[in-house]
Design a protein around this ligand. Structure first.
Ligand code: 8GP
Length: 834
């Protein structure tokens, strides 16, 4: 074969159609080519992991034209762009999701089959990008999916952590953390963009100088400079050509050697400085709620926010748009306070680097930013000690002082003489050591502030941000969370997806309210029995997974009662345990007791430094060990702890649930999103009036929701009056007996020490009112048992849960953000793909 220019052009042209063709033959060719040219693997020796990478690359090729066309369209049409700033994106595996969104599932299955491979095995080879802790990070991922599906111009900006959330192992009942080396075998989904790179300063001091026009300006002389490099991941919408970008920043040293140090002979100091720079994006902080106030965490936040804002300014320059129009072109959403340093950074960029005056810069900043709050827990509200902040970000502290001076003047003008209010609202807290209050910075610097469920927004307006609400009521609104039905129904529950498609058509995938039409089938016994068969198969699938992971065998005919989420006292996994132990004691006392058999399934990670949360995991496993091995009870009760709860196994867990445990202390869970994923898959909820549970109950009807417990108002009142957990103990012999049993070492081979801190926490202080809600919870679980004993009734209720979950689609939530906060219009993208 001669290698003349004509033949190689011809080959390129043929190659091009092969690269983008959506039929099985083209995809097969793509896989074979990548195996050979990108991976260099002999077909005879290729493992499923090799096929995974080859298929992923072939799928990415098929995203590429849409991706480029999408970027081009936004640029040409000069449209406003939503920039979602988040320190976490808990994406979960990409392959299956991209196949679904591109309509390529069957083609991929066929192409692999022709190569003697099985698609499901290949999908299982993908390491999970776990760049988030829990709710907030997963919400960001659902929102990216909806933004692309609804054709909104948007970019996600975040951090490319080299190590994501730790992998959890259970050893002897204890949580063990293992580093998550998700990039170990490379990441076929991302494209490095080494030319998109910014310098980020750190530390040092500021100086004033006069510019050419004699104007006084400020210069920041940093102690250190780090480079941020862009890595882009395509976010393909479902059933559209829109393919948006997730841009994650990775830190690099500016120079690989500090030559000064090198010349003076301190080679190790030079290399160490390089390592320090690159440490910035090394690892995700594994804390779910509490803020930690660590320097490296501030460095991460500032690093990714600075890169992102510099990127926005560069794109504006490329488009020839004057910087004065920044807020017409960008809506910048702060996913909690982690990116809130952006308020001061945009001011710095506009004033120090673009030479705008203060008022102009401030008007742009406030118009551009929106702030979403995700928690009311006081320990989660971010503050930075003033000395630390000054040392790291000296210029930003000056800017924050000036923002504060002007802001407090406004407060004084509005509320003359109210110095207590001024102190409460200040961006600088003066209680104890001085701190910078990031929620205040975010609130002052944003034109829109929102909570994530109706109750949460209400509480936000009346407690944590009450003063701000009084000053600017028009800035506040609620945006109840939502979840993507593509991943959490279509991908997670193929059986139900097929039934829905057959019964309703496929529009539910992009209009979740279409599920309402299921109600017409609720009285059809054949439909109900099909529904039950699907649930049964999902339970079988989960039982198999649990058996291989833990050795615990579960019977799919039992009630699957599931609580999966981060382990936290306010989420009250221990309340769930108290119920299990109540049943255990009752059964031991009366082996003939008529209770329906139940499998209690838990999953979730504890922050590595959270002592009580780790004890709760140990207790769950200890109880599981005792109960599962006891023939007197193990035909009615079993307990399993699924290790390493993550997006991948979540997709097995939600569809298998009969009962969803949403039992947080009222007023503590901002929204919850797991509650929505369970509902979507036809689980019934047992829950308190907390977070989005309130709205779930409204939608599904109170007769289809198991409600118990104190309300947020009652909780607050009780705590004001001085809650004494001992009072609850005195009146409940059964509760006392259960606590004594835990304390006695019954589940720990007689060791009475290991669970003492947990028991004493409940008997002495019980900060989350577990004991106060115990009796109501146990009584409510009896109503669950009685409903379960009528399978036809239960099935009707389950169908209604799915039918009425339309409100909880992330598509609905994103439309609300776009219309009410961002002023964003969808932009149709046409990829012109042959
Ligand atoms: C969570 C809330 O706890 C949860 O109720 C809500 O559904 C979710 O955010 C999404 O809005 N908060 C966090 O995940 C959180 O604060 N994480 C911080 C560690 C980042």
């Amino acid at each position: 074969k001669t290698n003349t220019p004509t033949t190689s052009q011809g080959a390129a042209a043929v190659g091009a159609t092969v690269r983008v063709g959506l039929d099985p033959a083209a995809l097969q060719q793509g896989i074979v080519d990548h195996l050979r040219y990108s991976i260099g693997q002999l077909p005879a020796l290729a493992t499923p992991a090799h096929y995974y990478r080859a298929l992923a690359l072939a799928v990415r090729d098929r995203l590429q034209d849409r991706w480029i066309r999408t970027t081009e369209t936004y640029f040409e049409q000069e449209r406003k762009l939503a920039c979602y700033l988040s320190a976490e994106f808990l994406l979960g595996p990409h392959l299956a999701n991209n196949l679904l969104n591109l309509g390529l599932e069957e083609a991929a299955r066929g192409a692999l089959a022709a190569l003697g491979q099985d698609l499901d095995t290949i999908i299982d080879c993908e390491p999970e990008p776990g760049l988030g802790n829990g709710g907030l990070g997963r919400l960001a991922a659902c929102y990216l999916d909806s933004l692309a599906t609804l054709a909104y111009p948007a970019v996600g900006y975040g951090i490319r952590y080299e190590f994501g959330i730790f992998a959890q192992q259970i050893r002897d009942g204890w949580q063990i953390e293992r580093t998550d080396k998700w990039l170990h075998a490379g990441n076929p989904w991302e494209i490095a963009k080494p030319d998109i790179c910014y310098e980020v300063n750190w530390g040092g001091h500021t100086e004033t100088y006069a510019d050419e026009a004699g104007l006084q300006r400020v210069r920041w002389v940093p102690f250190r400079v780090v480079k941020g490099l862009a890595y882009d991941t395509p976010i393909q919408g479902f059933g559209v050509d829109t393919c948006n970008t997730l841009r994650l920043w990775s830190a690099e040293a500016v120079e690989s050697f500090d030559f000064q140090a090198f010349n003076t002979g301190d080679y190790f100091e030079a290399v160490e400085a390089k390592l320090r720079s690159e440490t910035v994006t090394k690892v995700l902080y594994p804390n779910d709620e509490p803020a930690i106030g660590k320097r490296l965490r501030l460095a991460q936040q500032y690093f990714f926010v600075s890169c992102s804002l510099q990127d926005m300014l560069r794109i504006l320059d490329l488009a020839g748009v004057p910087v004065e129009r920044f807020a017409e072109r960008y809506a910048v959403q702060l996913n909690d306070t982690h990116p809130s340093i952006g308020v001061a950074e945009l001011m710095r960029l506009l004033i120090d680097e673009r030479h705008l005056d203060w008022d102009q810069a401030w008007a742009i900043t406030v118009a551009a930013f929106g702030y979403t709050n995700h928690t009311l827990l006081p320990e989660a509200l971010e503050t930075w000690s003033l000395p630390l902040f000054r040392e790291c970000l000296p210029r930003h502290l000056e800017i924050i002082f000036e923002i504060n001076r002007r802001f407090l003047d406004q407060v004084r003008a509005r509320f003359p003489g109210d110095e207590a209010r001024v102190a409460r609202m200040s961006l600088i807290g003066e209680v104890g050591d001085k701190q910078v209050r990031m929620a205040h910075l975010a609130s002052v610097g944003s034109h829109a502030i929102n909570g994530v469920a109706a109750l949460h927004t209400d509480l936000l307006e009346n407690s944590v941000l009450a003063d701000f609400h009084e000053l600017w009521p028009e800035r506040f609104s609620n945006k109840t969370n939502g979840v993507t039905p593509r991943r959490f129904l279509a991908l997670a529950n193929p059986g139900l997806r097929a039934l829905l498609d057959r019964t309703l058509g496929t529009d539910w995938l992009v209009d979740l309210t279409a599920l309402r039409r299921l109600e017409a089938h609720i009285e059809d016994p054949a439909f109900r029995s099909e529904w039950r068969a699907i649930k049964h198969a999902n339970k079988r699938r989960l039982a198999d997974y649990i058996a291989t992971q833990t050795g615990v065998e579960l019977d799919p005919n039992w009630l699957f009662d599931i609580q999966v989420k981060r382990i936290h006292e306010y989420k009250r996994q221990h309340l769930n345990l108290l119920h299990i132990l109540t049943l255990y004691r009752r059964l031991k006392a009366d082996p003939g007791l008529g209770i329906p058999p139940r499998a209690f399934i838990f999953g979730g990670k504890a922050a590595p430094g959270y002592f009580l949360a780790k004890r709760i995991i140990k207790l769950i496993n200890a109880v599981a060990g005792t109960i599962n091995a006891d023939p007197e009870v193990n035909e009615r009760l079993k307990v399993a702890f699924v290790p390493n709860f993550n997006v991948r196994n979540a997709e097995l867990i939600y569809p298998a649930a009969d009962l969803s445990e949403q039992i947080s202390t009222a007023g503590k869970e901002a929204s919850g999103t797991g509650n929505m994923k369970f509902m979507l898959n036809g689980a019934l909820t047992i829950g308190t009036l907390d977070g989005a549970n309130v709205e779930i109950r409204e939608q599904v009807g109170d007769e289809n929701f198991f409600l118990f417990g104190l309300t947020a108002d009652e909780v607050a009142r009780l705590q004001r009056q001085g809650y004494r957990s001992a009072d609850w103990l005195d009146s409940h012999a059964e509760l006392r007996a259960v606590l004594d049993m835990i304390g006695s070492g019954h589940f720990a081979s007689g060791d009475s020490e290991v669970f003492r801190p947990l028991v004493e926490n409940l008997t002495d202080s019980d900060p989350f009112l577990v004991l106060a809600d115990y009796a109501a919870y146990v009584a409510c679980q009896e109503r669950v048992a009685s409903a379960w004993s009528d399978p036809e009734r239960w099935t009707r209720m389950a169908i209604l849960n799915t039918a009425r979950c339309g409100r909880f689609s992330s598509d609905r939530a994103i439309r609300e953000y776009a219309d009410e906060i961002w002023g964003l219009q969808p932009v149709a993208v046409s990829a012109h793909i042959a």
